[in-house]
Design a protein around this ligand. Structure first.
Ligand code: HEC
Ligand code: HEC
Length: 194
């Protein structure tokens, strides 16, 4: 999607890591750090964690670059952004490929059927053009179906409040939503089962 940013900051990180003798491709130590929150299986240790196992690599890379650049904040979990800041571009690509190679499996959380139906209507109208008809991702766009409810709700609220960088087209759609619409979408995405 051409949104990869290799600025002065990344170059400074490369120099720092090279000087301290950390191999660029050595991500095994990093994986331990990631697993502390995301789990070895990439499905998250708590309900607030996004599932990253099976999430397209491009979407994960974009997220990591956004955390590292401060375009996306980490709220109550600053360690996530700090982890991203410490990584080189190569390491980000390698870690994203690692988790993307795992199978996606829906969280299978409870949902309200009426809200889910309303959410499907909104998704098909406003979101399917990018996130595809069943929100299963298409290689570049993140998978939403079966993602954890708490994470989705928090994320959509952040987008709606303009607190997280997003594509202008998506911003237009999300800023037009009422809070009931967000809850409907969250329940729709939660309704997926593997
Ligand atoms: C201290 C806990 C913690 C650690 C350590 C951590 N993460 Fe995260 N990660 C989170 C949380 C919480 C979020 C969601 C933050 C938000 O609200 O955007 C997240 C989000 C992400 C996302 C974005 C997911 C999406 O759907 O957009 C990716 C990708 C990711 N983490 C990968 C990693 C990798 C790779 C590592 C190891 C280098 C790592 N994380 C380390 C807690 C952590
Ligand atoms: C123009 C294309 C486009 C449209 C329309 C769009 N999105 Fe997105 N969406 C994206 C892209 C690209 C990303 C990932 C990059 C980012 O976070 O900016 C994303 C990210 C997301 C995420 C975060 C996923 C994660 O794992 O963190 C959510 C949630 C989301 N979109 C929901 C929606 C909803 C709900 C709608 C409709 C109201 C919508 N999007 C419309 C392109 C779009």
């Amino acid at each position: 999607m051409g949104r990869r940013r290799v600025g002065l900051k990344s170059i400074a990180v490369v120099i720092l890591l090279t000087v301290s003798g950390v191999g660029l491709a050595d991500v095994s130590g990093m994986l331990k750090l990631c697993a502390g929150c995301h789990g070895e299986d990439g499905r998250g240790m708590t309900a607030e964690m996004p599932i990253i196992a099976g999430q397209p690599a491009v979407a994960q890379e974009d997220a990591m670059f956004a955390y590292a650049d401060g375009d996306r904040t980490c709220g109550d979990v600053p360690m996530m952004c700090k982890s991203a800041e410490r990584l080189t571009e190569d390491q980000i690509i390698e870690l994203a490929a690692h988790f993307a190679a795992m199978p996606w499996a829906a969280a299978g959380e409870e949902f309200d059927a009426a809200l889910a139906e309303a959410g499907k209507t909104i998704h098909d109208r406003d979101c399917a053009i990018c996130h595809v008809a069943d929100a299963a991702g298409d290689g570049d766009f993140p998978i939403l179906h079966g993602q954890r409810k708490d994470y989705l709700r928090h994320t959509l609220q952040q987008y709606a409040a303009g607190e997280r960088t997003q594509l202008p087209v998506m911003e237009k759609k999300i800023s037009a939503l009422a809070s009931e619409d967000i809850e409907a979408l969250v329940n729709y995405y939660a309704s997926y089962r593997n």
